[in-house]
Design a protein around this ligand. Structure first.
Ligand SMILES: C[S@@+](CC[C@H](N)C(=O)[O-])C[C@H]1O[C@@H](n2cnc3c(N)ncnc32)[C@H](O)[C@@H]1O
Length: 292
């Protein structure tokens, strides 16, 4: 069988199974390409002409096993492959951290234009998980230093492996820290994709999410506990002209209601995604009373 016929076959199987697509793709065909190309070690950006190649029996049975796991256990493809793409870069990916999918990738690739007035020299990726956001920032701004912080040691092990993968050991450091607890100094930019969903929402999520660490998804106060702590504490760690980018996803309406007196700047995305706000150091100080 040739590669494209096999991909179409896998896509039909994914279509008929009751799968959820939301960990890197949003449809059965893209999911099939992601899995098949990934298993063959091919890059679907640069090796599209491989679709006509004939597959060996051994390749088909190896991939069929992963197709079975995707369908029967609802395991996300990125965990089956142990790798994924974020902001155009490869990342090691496994159950120690959430699968990278933040719309913040688009901001990074646009150099945070027009939000930043100058190139950041010191950046914090708070709640870093796999390290994808901070490492993609280090890749975008090749002279900045980046700190990756997470409360979870095992997520940080994965993040460290990604620092090594990208050869950024001289500019990117990891910190075990409950938010800002073990961090020092001032940052030009703090980017944070924290847990922001409630226990109730978590219990109603598709099975695919159950493969991910619950610490990366669920927070108290209907999901808003960690975002509110970040809003309360970030100003102390920002330069006077510093900027906070904070993701709360579909908890954006709840946060807007909770902070009714704060004019929140919600960012818009060309490639999909919502619930990411930008607030500068001055605004964080001005509205600090509202974050309690
Ligand atoms: C939504 S995941 C984000 C991972 C990554 N930034 C991304 O975009 O893929 C949230 C991360 O926050 C971490 N986390 C949860 N509570 C924390 C806390 N109090 N302090 C620091 N990190 C925390 C979790 O361990 C998890 O890795």
């Amino acid at each position: 069988m040739d590669l494209i016929s096999y991909i179409n076959n896998v896509s039909s199987q994914f279509e008929s199974a009751e799968l959820f697509f939301g960990h890197g793709t949003d449809n059965a065909f893209d999911e099939a390409v992601f899995l098949v190309y990934g298993m063959l070690g091919l890059n679907f950006y640069y090796e599209l002409d491989e679709v006509n190649r004939e597959l060996k029996e051994s390749e088909i049975s190896m991939i069929n096993e992963k197709v079975r796991q995707r369908i029967e256990k609802h395991e996300p493809v990125a965990y089956l492959l142990k790798q994924t793409l974020f902001a155009g870069l490869n990342f090691n990916c496994d159950e120690r951290a959430l699968i990278p999918r933040s719309p913040i990738a688009e901001l990074i690739l646009n150099g945070f234009h027009p939000l930043l007035s100058s190139t950041p020299k010191r950046v914090l990726d708070l709640c870093t998980g796999s390290g994808c956001i901070g490492i993609a920032i280090a890749n975008q701004f090749n002279e900045c230093d980046v700190d990756l912080a997470d409360i979870d040691e095992s997520a940080l092990e994965l993040a460290s492996s990604n620092v090594v993968l990208h050869g950024f050991g001289n500019r990117v450091a990891t910190f075990q820290s409950d938010l800002f607890e073990n961090l020092e100094g001032l940052y030009d930019l703090i980017v944070c994709n924290p847990p922001y969903i409630s226990t109730y929402e978590y219990e109603n999520l598709p099975e695919e999410y159950m493969a991910e660490p619950v610490l990366g998804l669920v927070g108290e106060e209907r999901g808003l506990a960690i975002p509110l702590r970040v809003l309360r504490e970030a100003a102390k760690y920002l330069q006077p002209a510093g900027l906070l980018i904070l993701e709360v996803g579909f908890s954006n309406e709840l946060l807007s209601q909770r902070l009714a007196g704060v004019p929140i700047r919600w960012l818009e995305f060309e490639n999909g995604g919502e619930g990411v706000l930008a607030m500068d150091s001055g605004e964080l100080q001005q509205y600090s009373g509202e974050f309690n």
